[in-house]
Design a protein around this ligand. Structure first.
Ligand code: SF4
Length: 283
C-alpha cells in the first residue's frame, strides 16, 4: 500500500474518514473557492520550480498578481533562492524520494511504501534543508505544524534515505498568503483567481533530532500496525473505527450517523426524506 503524508494525517485524525475517502472513494465536490486556491497554489509552485531551474519567467506580465507575489517572496527570501558559488550545494526543486517500511505486524506481504516530494531540497557538506512553499497564512500555533505528518514524514524519510544525522536536517515552511477573489464577470464561466492583497511571506523552521526521529519511528510503527488490523477487518466486513469527535467540520456526518449533518455532506439514502411522502406541486 502506498501512502503519503495526506493519508497519514487523515488516518491519525479519523480512521473512518480514511476508509470513506481512500477505500470507498467518496469525496464531496470541492467548492469553487477551494478550486481557485488550489489552482493558484499550483501556479505558484510551478513558478518557483521554473525559477530554480533557471528558466525565464518573463512571459508572466509584471501586472499578473502571481508575479507580484513571487517578486515580494524573492525580495524576502532571496538568500534561500540564490545559488551560492561556495560551498557547493546540491539543489533540486520538486525532489522526489520513496521509502519502504515492512508491515509492523508482518501480515501485509509488500508492506507500506511512502513518497515524499520536497518543493526544494538543498544539501551541502554540513546540512540538509527541506523547503516547502505554502500559499496560505502562517499558522498561529506552530506546534500543530510540528505534529502534522507532512513535517514528520518529510524529515523522517530524509534521515532514513541520506547519510545526514537527524541533527543536520531541518525543514522550513514559507507562507506566501494571497487573498483570492474571482472577478464577478468570470464567476459564471471560469474560476480564475485574482490576488487582491498580498501579505508578506513568513517562515517557520523546524530542526530535527535523534529523539524526534525515534518518536516518529514509534508513532509510525504504531499507526501502520493499526492500519494493517483495520484493513483486515474491513475486508472481512467491519468498517474502520470512528473518531471520538468532534465531527463538526467533516462532510461525512450523515453517513456516520453523527450530529450536525451539513447541507453539502454526502448523505446516505436512509437520511434523505421519504420521496413518496412528499406531495406533488402542480405547475
Ligand atoms: S463524521 Fe466523524 S466519525 Fe465520521 S468520518 Fe467524519 S470525523 Fe470520522
Amino acid at each position: 500500500m502506498h501512502l503519503s503524508q495526506g493519508h497519514l494525517n487523515v488516518l491519525a485524525t479519523c480512521p473512518r474518514q480514511f476508509q470513506h475517502i481512500y477505500l470507498d472513494q467518496l469525496r464531496a465536490p470541492e467548492t469553487p473557492e477551494a478550486q481557485a486556491r488550489q489552482e493558484w497554489g499550483s501556479r505558484f509552485h510551478l513558478l518557483m520550480q521554473q525559477h530554480e531551474m533557471g528558466l525565464p519567467i518573463a512571459s508572466l506580465a509584471s501586472e499578473d498578481p502571481i508575479h507580484q507575489c513571487f517578486t515580494a517572496f524573492v525580495e524576502t527570501a532571496g538568500a534561500v533562492l540564490t545559488q551560492p558559488s561556495h560551498p557547493p550545494q546540491f539543489r533540486q526543486s520538486e525532489h522526489c524520494r520513496t521509502w519502504h517500511l515492512a508491515d509492523p505486524l508482518g501480515r501485509l506481504e509488500d508492506g507500506y511504501g511512502f513518497t515524499v516530494i520536497y518543493d526544494l531540497l538543498i544539501l551541502d557538506e554540513e546540512q540538509a534543508q527541506i523547503l516547502d512553499w505554502k500559499t496560505y497564512s502562517c499558522p498561529e500555533d506552530p506546534r500543530r505544524l510540528a505534529k502534522n505528518w507532512q513535517t514528520r514524514l518529510y524529515l523522517y524519510v530524509l534521515a532514513e534515505t541520506s547519510p545526514y544525522e537527524p541533527e543536520q536536517i531541518s525543514m522550513t515552511y514559507w507562507f506566501v498568503r494571497p487573498q483570492l477573489a474571482a472577478s464577478p464577470e468570470r464567476q459564471s464561466s471560469e474560476m480564475t483567481p485574482e490576488v487582491t492583497q498580498f501579505a508578506g511571506p513568513q517562515s517557520l523552521r523546524f530542526a530535527y533530532s535523534a529523539a524526534l526521529h525515534q518518536q516518529t519511528q514509534q508513532d509510525l510503527t504504531h499507526l501502520l500496525g493499526q492500519l494493517t488490523t483495520w484493513l483486515e477487518q474491513y475486508l472481512a466486513g467491519t468498517p474502520f473505527p470512528q473518531a471520538l469527535g468532534p465531527c463538526d467540520l467533516c462532510n461525512f456526518t450523515p453517513r456516520c450517523d453523527r450530529n450536525d449533518p451539513k447541507q453539502n455532506a454526502i448523505g446516505t439514502r436512509s437520511q434523505l426524506p421519504d420521496f413518496e411522502s412528499i406531495q406533488e406541486v402542480a405547475l
